[in-house]
Design a protein. Structure first.
Length: 708
C-alpha cells in the first residue's frame, strides 16, 4: 500500500450515512452491487478475478489484490505527498467464447470522494493484461481502446453504482481469442493529477453480459417416425400421404432451473434431381425436445427421390444445416384387394369346426406384383397382425376363432413401401364348441355346484377360473362331464371361464358371468319399499338381512350425508330396529353390512314414503300470504287426506262451533263468508267410517277490511 493510503483528504461515508444512501438509491441498483444477479438464459454477471492499481508516487511498483478500496486519480497522504493512481480489473471471459455478445455493462461502487462538488468524468479503458512482475506506473499495461466515459452528478455522492458500456472491449477480446479481459479506470489526463478530483471504488466489480449462444446443429434426424436417416440416395421408399420428419433440437443457454431459450427447427425438403425446388417448414419442439413437421402429400411425386435437412433457431441465431437424409416416394396403392381362402372355414354359409379350433387361411395377391405382406384381423379396422408374403406373393396364417356365429376376417395387402390395399372381408360361420355350464351361484360365501358338459367329442379335462383367482383343473367323467363346488368370497360381477380339452389337445372355452350382490336385504311391514304408508308418529320396524358371510352388524342412516347408527346382528346375520317418522314425504334408508373381519358391503338404498295423516287444506280466495276478498265475499276451501277410508271432515272457523262435511272419495269443499276483515283460522280434522279421527290442521288466512 502507498504511504497514507486510507487517510488524507477524502470524504468518507460512515455506516449511518451508508444506510441513508442505500435507502435513497435502492431503485438505482445498489442491490446489484452488493449481490450477484440471479443467472438467466442469455445473461450472466461476472465478478472480477483480480484487481490492481499503480501509483505515480511509486512509479516502479504495482499493488495487486490487496485489502481495502481501489484509488482512482490523485490524493494527498498524511504527509502531504501526492499520489496518482489508475485501477485495473481482470475478468475471466472463457464462458463467452462462441457466443454473440449483445451488451456489456461494467459496474463499480464508488466508496469515497475527495470533493463531491467535483464530479470529473471517469474513463473506462480496455488494456493489455496486468503483469504483476513487470507492470507499474512507469510501465503500465498498454491502453488498447477507450470504451466509455461516465460522468456523475453531485447528488448521491459517493454513488453506490456507477456504470460504463464495455461491450466493445469484450467483443474485441473474444475476437482476439483472449481468455481474460482487463478493464482500467482512470481520470482524463488534464484532471488526473488534481487531488480535488480523486475518488475510490470497491475492489469487487462486475460485468453484466447479455449474450446468446447459437444453437448446435440438430441431431438424431428421423424420417417417417421409424425410418431413421439414410445418408445417401435413394433411401427408404415411403408410402403415399404426408411425410413426417423430426430431429432433436437443443440450446446451450441453460439457466439455473434447467430452462433455455425457445428453440425451433426449420426443415427443408427438395427433389434430389432439382435442389432449387426447395420448400421449408418450421416445427416447435415437443416430447424430449424433438421438433418435427409433416410435409403435405401433394409435394411428392410417385417414384421420385427426395432429400431433407434441418437447422435450429433460438430466435436470434440459427445453426448450420444438418447433413441431408434421403427417401423415395411411392404414391400408388395395390390396385386390387387380396384373395382369401380356407378349407377349414370356407365362406359357404355353412357351419364349420368350432370356437377355439384353429384353421388355416391363405391370402393371395390377386394379380398385384408388388406385395410385401398382409395385415389381417377378426375385429376390423386398419390395425391388425402383419405377415410377410412369400416369393409367390401369398401367405398362409392360422386363425383361432373365439366367437360362435358369423365371423369376419378383414385382410388387406401391403406393398413394399407400406401402402395398403382395400380390405377383403371374408365371412365364415363358426360352431359353438365351448362347454355348457349348468347351475348357479346363489350368494357370496355360499357353496354352489356347477356342472360342465362338453360340446366337443373326447373331452378329458376342464380348466376353470374366476376373474382374479387362480385357475383350477378337474378331470372329466367318461361321458365328458364334470362337477365342481365353488364358494365365492367376494361379490360384484364375477366372470367364470371354463375351457374344455380333448385327448388330442383341442381346446374350447365358454365365458359365463354372475352378478353377486353383497349389499344387505332390507324390509318393513309398516313402511314397504316404494310405497306410501304409515304416517307421522307411526313407528315402523325394519328388518336387515345379509348377502355376504359372517355379518356381525349393520350401519344405517336416514340421510345421504349424516352420521350412521349401528345395530348388532344375531347369529343368523339378521338385525331389526324401530324408527318413527317426524315428517311426511319421501325417505331414504341407507344400509350397509359389516363382517367380522371389518369388511363393509356397498350401500343399499331403501326408498319409501310416509303418509301425511293430517288433512290438507287449500283456499281458492283466502290464504295467509296477503289480505284478499272482504266481509260478505264468499271463499271456498278444499279438504283432502292421504289416509284411506276418510268419510267426513270436522271443522270450525275461529272459535265458532264445529261442523261436519261429508267427504266424497276422501275430499270435500266448504264455503265461508266472512263478516269482518282481519286474520282468521280454519281448523280441520278427518274422520273415517270407523270413527278414527286424525290430528288437527290449522289453516290461517287473511280477509281484507276494505268493505268493513
Amino acid at each position: 500500500m502507498p504511504d497514507g493510503f486510507g487517510s488524507g483528504r477524502w470524504r468518507r461515508i460512515g455506516s449511518r450515512g451508508l444506510a441513508t444512501a442505500m435507502t435513497a438509491t435502492l431503485t438505482a441498483g445498489l442491490l446489484a452491487v452488493t449481490a450477484q444477479p440471479a443467472a438467466a438464459v442469455g445473461y450472466h454477471y461476472e465478478e472480477n478475478s483480480s484487481w490492481a492499481y499503480t501509483d505515480a508516487h511509486r512509479p516502479s511498483k504495482i499493488y495487486v489484490d490487496g485489502a481495502g478500496d481501489v484509488p482512482v486519480g490523485s490524493w494527498l497522504d498524511d504527509r502531504n505527498r501526492k499520489h496518482t493512481a489508475r485501477a485495473y480489473f481482470t475478468f475471466d471471459i472463457t464462458r463467452f467464447r462462441g457466443t454473440t455478445v449483445n451488451s456489456v455493462t461494467f459496474s463499480a461502487e464508488e466508496t469515497s470522494v475527495t470533493d463531491c462538488a467535483q464530479r470529473p468524468p471517469v474513463e473506462l479503458w480496455r488494456t493489455a493484461p496486468v503483469n504483476p512482475a513487470k507492470s507499474s506506473w512507469k510501465k503500465p499495461p498498454a491502453q488498447l481502446a477507450l470504451l466509455h466515459t461516465s460522468t456523475q452528478t453531485a447528488d448521491g455522492c459517493p454513488r453506490p453504482r456507477v456504470e460504463w458500456d464495455a461491450v466493445v472491449g469484450l467483443r474485441q477480446a473474444l475476437a482476439e481469442g483472449a481468455s481474460t479481459l482487463t478493464l482500467a479506470l482512470r481520470l482524463p489526463a488534464p484532471l488526473e493529477s488534481d487531488p480535488a478530483q480523486g475518488r475510490r471504488f470497491a475492489s469487487t466489480v462486475g460485468i453484466s453480459v447479455d449474450y446468446n449462444t447459437p444453437p448446435p446443429v440438430p441431431t438424431d434426424p428421423v424420417t417417417a417416425r421409424d425410418r431413421g436417416c439414410a445418408t445417401s440416395a435413394p433411401g427408404p421408399t415411403l408410402p403415399l400421404g404426408d411425410v413426417g420428419v423430426s430431429a432433436k433440437v437443443t440450446d446451450p443457454d441453460i439457466n439455473g432451473t434447467g430452462g433455455g431459450d425457445p428453440v425451433t427447427g426449420t426443415f427443408a425438403v427438395w427433389p434430389v434431381d432439382d435442389p432449387a425446388a426447395r420448400t421449408e417448414q418450421t416445427g416447435h419442439p415437443g416430447l424430449e425436445d424433438r421438433a418435427g413437421v409433416g410435409f403435405p402429400a401433394d409435394r411428392f411425386e410417385h417414384g421420385r427421390g427426395y432429400a431433407w435437412a434441418v437447422r435450429a433457431s433460438d430466435g436470434a441465431e440459427v445453426s448450420a444445416w444438418s447433413q441431408p437424409c434421403y427417401f423415395t416416394k411411392d404414391n400408388e396403392r395395390p390396385a386390387q384387394p387380396p384373395t382369401v381362402s380356407s378349407t377349414d372355414y370356407p365362406d359357404d354359409n355353412n357351419w364349420h369346426s368350432g370356437t377355439g379350433i384353429p384353421g388355416e387361411f391363405t391370402f393371395g395377391p390377386n394379380g398385384v406384383t408388388d406385395i410385401g405382406g398382409y395385415s389381417y384381423s377378426l375385429v376390423g379396422g386398419s390395425v391388425g397382425t402383419y405377415v410377410a408374403a412369400g416369393p409367390d406373393g401369398t401367405a398362409t396364417v392360422t386363425v383361432t376363432p373365439q366367437d360362435d356365429g358369423p365371423n369376419r376376417l378383414y385382410v388387406s395387402s401391403t406393398d413394399s413401401a407400406g401402402n395398403r390395399s382395400d380390405q377383403t372381408v371374408y365371412t365364415f360361420r363358426v360352431t359353438d364348441s365351448g362347454p355348457i355350464v349348468e347351475g348357479g351361484i346363489t350368494g357370496v360365501g355360499v357353496p354352489s355346484t356347477l356342472t360342465f358338459r362338453p360340446r366337443l367329442d373326447g373331452v378329458v379335462q376342464y380348466r376353470y377360473q374366476f376373474n382374479g383367482e387362480p385357475e383350477q383343473t378337474v378331470a372329466a367323467q367318461p361321458d365328458g362331464t364334470a362337477q365342481v363346488t365353488v364358494t365365492l368370497l367376494t361379490g360384484g360381477l364375477r366372470q367364470l371361464t371354463v375351457t374344455s380339452r380333448t385327448a388330442a389337445g383341442l381346446e374350447a372355452a365358454t365365458v359365463t358371468s354372475f352378478n353377486l350382490r353383497t349389499d344387505p336385504l332390507v324390509s318393513s311391514v309398516e313402511y314397504p319399499e316404494q310405497q306410501s304408508s304409515g304416517g307421522i308418529g307411526v313407528p315402523g320396524t325394519f328388518t336387515l338381512g345379509p348377502r355376504m358371510p359372517n355379518v356381525v352388524s349393520y350401519l344405517y342412516s336416514f340421510a345421504i350425508v349424516g352420521p350412521e347408527q349401528s345395530v348388532a346382528a344375531d347369529a343368523t346375520g339378521q338385525a331389526t330396529f324401530t324408527w318413527t317418522p317426524t315428517t311426511a314425504g319421501s325417505h331414504q334408508l341407507r344400509v350397509r353390512s359389516v363382517s367380522a373381519d371389518g369388511t363393509r358391503s356397498p350401500f343399499y338404498t331403501y326408498r319409501f314414503t310416509v303418509i301425511n295423516s293430517l288433512p290438507e287444506v287449500w283456499g281458492t280466495l283466502y290464504d295467509d300470504s296477503y289480505p284478499y276478498g272482504g266481509p260478505g265475499i264468499t271463499g271456498s276451501f278444499y279438504l283432502s287426506s292421504q289416509l284411506a277410508g276418510v268419510t267426513e271432515y270436522v271443522y270450525r272457523f275461529n272459535d265458532g262451533p264445529e261442523q261436519v262435511v261429508v267427504a266424497e272419495f276422501g275430499s270435500a269443499v266448504i264455503d265461508f263468508t266472512p263478516t269482518i276483515g282481519g286474520r282468521h283460522v280454519l281448523e280441520v280434522r278427518s274422520r273415517t267410517a270407523a270413527g278414527v279421527e286424525s290430528g288437527i290442521t290449522s289453516y290461517p288466512f287473511q280477509v281484507s277490511s276494505a268493505n268493513n
